[in-house]
Write a protein that binds this ligand. Structure first.
Ligand code: XMP
Length: 516
């Protein structure tokens, strides 16, 4: 396993994902994590991440000394390289200008990290296309190091001490713009650190199953199943580990996707053999939401009701000691905040507000160490349908925030069908996987249309499709006009009550992905 010490770079999670993709387990810890833990962790290699600060500032972060006392290979990336230089006796020069974007580095000396890699040649020497994002740079080498790569701007773009197996690169091997970045990381992890590439879906599952059996013994576990990827994978994993001692509660709110309730039951209960208690609560939801316009008030009602129902069901069950949750690694990293203050926060249920503390369950979170792409891969390996595992995200409050203003059963039914038509056509046209999220929104506005011979005065459906990596920013998807035409015709022809379809062409920011 590999340890990544984080100096606060936006790319740190990407480093970890690349290493996991190579098939090696790694964890991200804050740079000021207790050094004693670092020694105990027993990593076969340590990576120092980039970071926003300047090594030339007096109180900027440093790698704990213990990193250099473990006798294991170390790779410093960007800030990580600079702090290595500063801590090991070299110097760092402040940058007057940020270098950001593509750059070409020239490999000037053979070394185990870069030997034989080449995207182009310049003056007879191999060059690499890389991604840079830095201000400062290393000015003089620490003792024992040699320069292995340079650019026109910086004489020391990478350095190496082949005796101690310590390396530094100023560029970012973890981003795909650095063409040979994945190979560079593979060499560091597999060849230099000698890590075996055993972190595969099958091994992750075996490992998790063994741990869950040891942790849970003969106890029973309760899980709130939402139909989303994370909770479904938790269910499949627990089913494998403890069989029928897993009980799931699935609340059908009436605000789910088209026939989603039946699909969840078909997949989880029938296909996977998981014990699922289905609670049909649509009536309660529509009653509670009657007359409510405000989006935040709607979210609170939807989340609160979920908790009430979940508690009611839990109270009917006996002898349950554990509550399972689909917390994944990014949630853990984000909520850990600083070094050791790893508060064990109860994640607000993906679909709802968060479970109350007075439910005296112990938590079991089998996906806590996994990234989303790993969760998906083990989901497929566990036998969940690909279609479910690679589904677009769906917000917890469901159609409740896609019906603008007051939520009514009639609106929800129309919206679910319109949304289904849109998704169905996206799949048929091979456009589903190229959009990150796509859905229909119900606009409670009446607009005039002519249907048959008559004048119709009916509701409007808006279509939204976005492309995004992280859902923090997004572009609207440039779906073909012919495709939009097909969807629009189908919705207007097949659904009574809809006479107009519009396409949302707003980016995020400023518009959010959801309309409420
Ligand atoms: P926005 O609308 O903020 O959405 O651009 C970003 C992503 O978050 C999802 N989303 C939610 N998910 N509960 C959730 O579980 C919510 O209340 C909620 N609101 C937005 C949204 O679908 C998109 O993927």
């Amino acid at each position: 396993k590999i340890l990544i010490l984080d100096f606060g770079a936006q790319y740190t999670q990407l480093i970890a994902r690349r290493i996991r993709e190579i098939g090696v387990y790694c964890e991200i810890w804050a740079w000021d994590h207790d050094p004693a833990d670092i020694a105990r962790f027993g990593a076969k290699g340590i990576i120092l991440s980039g970071g926003p600060e300047s090594v030339t500032q007096a109180d900027s972060p440093r790698a704990p000394q213990t990193v250099f006392e473990q006798g294991v290979p170390v790779l410093g990336i960007c800030y990580g390289m600079q702090t290595m230089a500063a801590q090991l006796g070299g110097t760092v020069a402040p940058g007057h200008q940020r270098e950001f974007g593509y750059a070409q580095v020239q490999v000037i000396r053979d070394n185990s990290l870069l030997a034989g890699l080449e995207d182009a040649k310049k003056d007879g020497k191999p060059c690499l296309d890389v991604w840079m994002s830095h201000g400062d740079h290393v000015a003089t080498l620490p003792e024992g190091f040699t320069i292995v790569a340079a650019t026109d701007n910086i004489p020391i773009a990478a350095f190496a001490d082949e005796t101690r197996h310590w390396y530094g690169v100023q560029f970012h091997p973890e981003v795909t713009h650095t063409k040979q970045g994945a190979e560079l990381l593979r060499r560091f992890i597999a060849d230099i650190c000698n890590c075996a590439t055993l972190w595969t879906p099958a091994n992750i599952i075996d490992d998790a199953t063994t741990k869950l059996r040891a942790q849970l013994g003969d106890d029973q576990v309760l899980l709130g199943l939402s139909g989303g990827v994370d909770s479904s994978v938790v269910a499949a994993l627990l089913k494998r580990a403890i069989g029928d001692r897993l009980v799931c509660v699935f609340v059908d709110t009436g605000l789910l996707r088209w026939r989603e309730g039946d699909q969840v039951m078909a997949t989880m209960a029938e296909h996977m053999g998981v014990r699922v208690i289905r609670v049909n609560a649509a009536d309660r939801y529509f009653a509670a939401l009657a007359g409510v316009q405000d989006p935040e008030a709607k979210r609170k009602i939807i989340g609160g009701l979920f908790i009430d129902i979940f508690e009611e069901e839990a109270a009917k069950l006996e002898g349950i000691r554990w509550l399972a949750q689909g917390t994944i690694y990014p949630d853990v990293i984000e909520s850990a905040g600083s070094a050791t203050g790893k508060a064990h926060v109860i994640k607000s249920h993906h679909n709802v507000g968060g479970l109350p503390e007075h439910m005296k369950f112990q938590l079991v979170e089998p996906l806590r160490e996994l990234f989303k792409d790993e969760v998906r891969r083990i989901g497929v390996e566990l036998g969940l349908p690909r279609e479910m595992v690679y589904r677009h995200p769906f917000p917890g409050p469901g159609l409740g925030v896609r019906i603008l203003g007051e939520v009514k059963r009639e609106y929800a039914e129309l919206l679910a069908q319109a949304d289904h038509i849109f998704i169905d056509e996206l799949r048929k046209h091979d456009l589903y996987d190229v959009t990150s999220q796509a859905f229909a929104v119900f606009l409670p506005i009446k607009s005039v249309g002519v249907v048959g011979d008559g004048r119709a005065y009916e509701w409007v459906i808006a279509l939204r499709a976005v492309e995004t990596i992280d859902f923090m920013t997004a572009h609207w998807a440039h779906l073909p006009y012919e495709f939009l035409d097909i969807v629009s015709r189908r919705i207007i022809n097949e659904l009574r009550g809809i006479s107009r379809v519009v396409y949302d062409i707003s980016g995020k920011p400023p518009a959010t992905i959801e309309w409420e």
